[in-house]
Design a protein around this ligand. Sequence first.
Ligand SMILES: [Zn+2]
Length: 424
Amino acid sequence: MAIWRRCSKRTCMNPRRCLEHLWFDVTYRGTRFRVPVNEFAIPRMDANKQRPIESLEEARDWERVFIGEIKAGRDPRRPRPVQKSSNGAPKDVASFLDAYVERCVTPAALKSVNSTCSRVDVLKKHLGELPLDALEEPDEINRFKSGSDYAKRVELATIHRTLETLRAAMNWGMAQTPPLFRKSPFHRFGVRMNKKGETVRDRRLSREEEKKLLDAALQKMNTPEHQFVGPLLHDRLIGALELCCRRGEMLLIQNKRVNWETFQIGIPGATAKDKENRRIPFNPEGRLAAILERRTKLGPDAYVFGTATGEYQPELQTAWETLRLRAHGIEPRPTRKGAAWNREQALLERHGRGTTARTGGELEQPTPTTSTRIRSLKWSSGVRKQCRPARRSQIGHNAVPGGLKFGCGGTQPPIPTELYVVAA
Ligand SMILES: [Zn+2]
């Protein structure tokens, strides 16, 4: 028995049953530990349940803890270190999202970390000041989804991607100890994301527009002014239409990657953005085969879509923009200053037309900044996956020019007649 009662007869009214002056007194391996029971027990109780012990039996329970601590090598006379469990808990949505990025997104080192961070910025801007538990109810999120200026500005698909980021963050929050949320608002009766409502990307390059581009490449761009880049551009256009791979991958294809027995082009993982080895079939009777054959004589290391001598050609943005202007009968300006004008024209032509079609003549949307518009010219990977030939049986289908779909980066309105082939 290691519990002793040490009452003073002057202060204790009932020294026989007193629970105030109990002491633990344990000697373990030569060291004597003496601590008042309440002094030991109260700091170890739950934060909201701290009170002096109420029975001798309770004291015996704590005695076992006391001995356990001593045997575990701790000194029960020392005050317990304060636990910092509630210290780091975020109070508002902005700090919660910061914690999510810092402790979950960044350590995961995903390739999509930048887009996640930009979505988090949007969420912080619109929901950041809310208390954390406001996210448990669907109201605020639904308001953001349908009523915010952001929702009016971007496509539904973009809103959905942003909300998916929020959902992932909240799932992470619910998995923390202690959980930051009791429940998620993403369910059937809460925040819903109707994927069917998203704009289906269906931008086909019409036969007519394709011909326009190819003709412009062969005729208007095959001049000394354009350093006779036209035929090469023509080949790259066809490569883009037939292969449906990333621009960077396409430009890296060397003759040795072309397999004339299986009629496939190997894209080694090292050159592919997603590090995935794959093979793209081509039609041995098609127009791409003719190009591949013509380039064969440059040797196995030559680049199929490189320069005239088979050197690697990393960039074709300027030539592509010029081609698009010329195909639409716009004369590009040659000087350096003119390059900006050219780009502007290409973009205005594209966006002006699309927005006009959507709003019936009024340019309602603010003109996008140059950087977003240039980004929107990128060949999106979603499109690539969408139109990548999955089976050899699809070769014939893909060889049909109108059978391919092309889209834009996501935040731009769909423009049905826009050409969108070998952009940056
Ligand atoms: Zn007492």
